[in-house]
Write a protein that binds this ligand. Structure first.
Ligand SMILES: [Zn+2]
Length: 178
């Protein structure tokens, strides 16, 4: 297993261990401890975790503005940075461009219909409609899978229905019938 992929729970335990991040847009707000704040898939959470660790060592005040995916790359926005910190943010953003958003393995950028995703060979199938047993499904890469949703099991090439609301395995990708 690579170090780039983190489950929601692993990442939230990390956030807990550092006392969360601070909302840079809203002074005095509660610490950010939820994985949902980070608008990226789990393949990049490890990159974000390593970056946060380095920034804290450099003296960062943990005030965050936004973390998201844009044009297939990681964006990590902060206001005040310690000296030399911008280098590490740039390096992490660069790394995201060849790291699969889904699983954290080595990846390439795929441009389909104006959308750019960074996906490994296994997951490049998610750039397009997937066909399973004669039915076609559109992957929704950035949607959380909830109870009752259909999802695509990329390893077994199967469509399944989610029957839980808690601790769902984020290796799977939500789909809708096409
Ligand atoms: Zn992958």
């Amino acid at each position: 297993m690579n170090q780039n992929y983190k489950t929601d729970n692993e990442f939230e335990e990390f956030l807990e261990s550092i006392g969360g991040l601070q909302n840079g847009n809203k002074v005095g707000d509660k610490p950010i401890l939820s994985r949902d704040y980070f608008s990226v898939n789990n393949g990049w959470l490890g990159i974000i975790q390593s970056l946060i660790e380095v920034l804290i060592k450099l003296g960062w005040n943990k005030k965050i503005i936004q973390v998201k995916e844009k044009f297939g790359g990681l964006r990590f926005y902060v206001n005040n940075l310690p000296d030399n910190a911008i280098f590490f943010i740039t390096e992490s953003e660069k790394k995201s461009y060849n790291t699969c958003e889904v699983c954290g393995e080595l990846a390439e950028q795929h441009k389909i219909k104006g959308w750019i995703n960074t996906l490994c060979e296994n997951h490049s199938v998610l750039n397009d409609v997937v066909e399973v047993e004669g039915e076609r499904y559109a992957p929704l890469l950035f949607s959380k899978i909830k109870n009752g949703d259909l999802y695509y099991d990329t390893f077994n090439h199967k469509i399944k229905k989610c029957d839980t609301d808690v601790g769902f395995n984020s290796w799977f990708v939500k789909v809708i019938k096409y």
